[in-house]
Every structure is written in C-alpha cells, then in structure tokens.
Design a protein around this ligand. Sequence first.
Ligand code: ADP
Ligand code: MG
Length: 140
Amino acid sequence: MTLQQTLSIMKPDATRRNLTGKINAKIEDAGLRIIAQKRLCLSKEQAQKFYAVHAERSFFNDLCEYMISGPVVVQVLEGEDAVAKYREVMGATNPANAAEGTIRKEFAESIEANSVHGSDSEENAANEIAFFFSQIEIVG
Ligand code: ADP
Ligand code: MG
C-alpha cells in the first residue's frame, strides 16, 4: 500500500445537475481526501490537450465538445492506492457496465457524459495533476 495522488474531474453533466456535493461524498466515504479543488471552464485547446491520447478515436471531437459544454471541477485526491481506488469508486466507463454504488452507476447519463474522470496510472496522475495545479494549490 502506498500513499498516492490522483486527478479527478467532475464533468459538465455533473456540474449541470448540481451533483458535485454528492460526488464528493462518495469520494470521501471511500477514504480519499480532496487536497485540491477548483471549478473552471476548459478551453477547446485544453480539452484537446488533456485528451490527446484519444485523438485518433472516433469519439474524440464529440468528447472535447462535451467537455467544454459547461464548467468542470478538477480535484486532486489523496489516499492509499488512490489511483486504483478512485477508478473503483468511479465505476466502468460505460455506466451500463458500472457496479452498484459507483459514481457512474448512480449518476452517469451515457458512456460519454459519465460524470467523472480519474487518472489511470500513477504516471498519468502526476502529469494530469501538473496540467491543472501548481504545488502551492495542493494542500495535503
Ligand atoms: P475512462 O474515463 O473510464 O478512463 P477512457 O479513457 O477510455 O475512459 O475514455 C475517456 C472518456 O471518453 C470517457 O470517460 C468518456 O467520457 C469518453 N468515451 C470513452 N469511450 C467512448 C465511446 N465509445 N463513445 C463516446 N465517448 C466515449
Ligand atoms: Mg481514461
């Protein structure tokens, strides 16, 4: 077990439906600490850069348009095995496949508008955290 940090994003479908508190409760109930958080609107360029790994996928343009369709809340979460733990708390990408009690099972609207993002490896977490936060904004 190692103390890790991971990047979370509450996506526009979640902010639009006023679900940020309910999602934070699931995060904190799982033992993850929210050690940085801010609400912002992504630019098209930021969305494209953040999801650059998916640039060749058929859904890339729609995904970027969706991510700029409203405010997002970006967060740094900290805890034991935070990367894998938050992936568990989120549930599967497609809410139809997400386990009972997960954020996506409870709140996601579709495979695209699936309420939250979470880093998928410790290395990507470090890069994604640095994309949004400076060290002085992260208070453990
Ligand atoms: P995850 O967010 O679970 O890590 P991916 O990294 O594979 O999933 O995809 C990034 C995001 O792209 C997803 O969270 C979702 O918003 C969107 N997405 C993934 N697959 C599809 C798809 N088949 N159709 C539409 N949007 C998708
Ligand atoms: Mg991913």
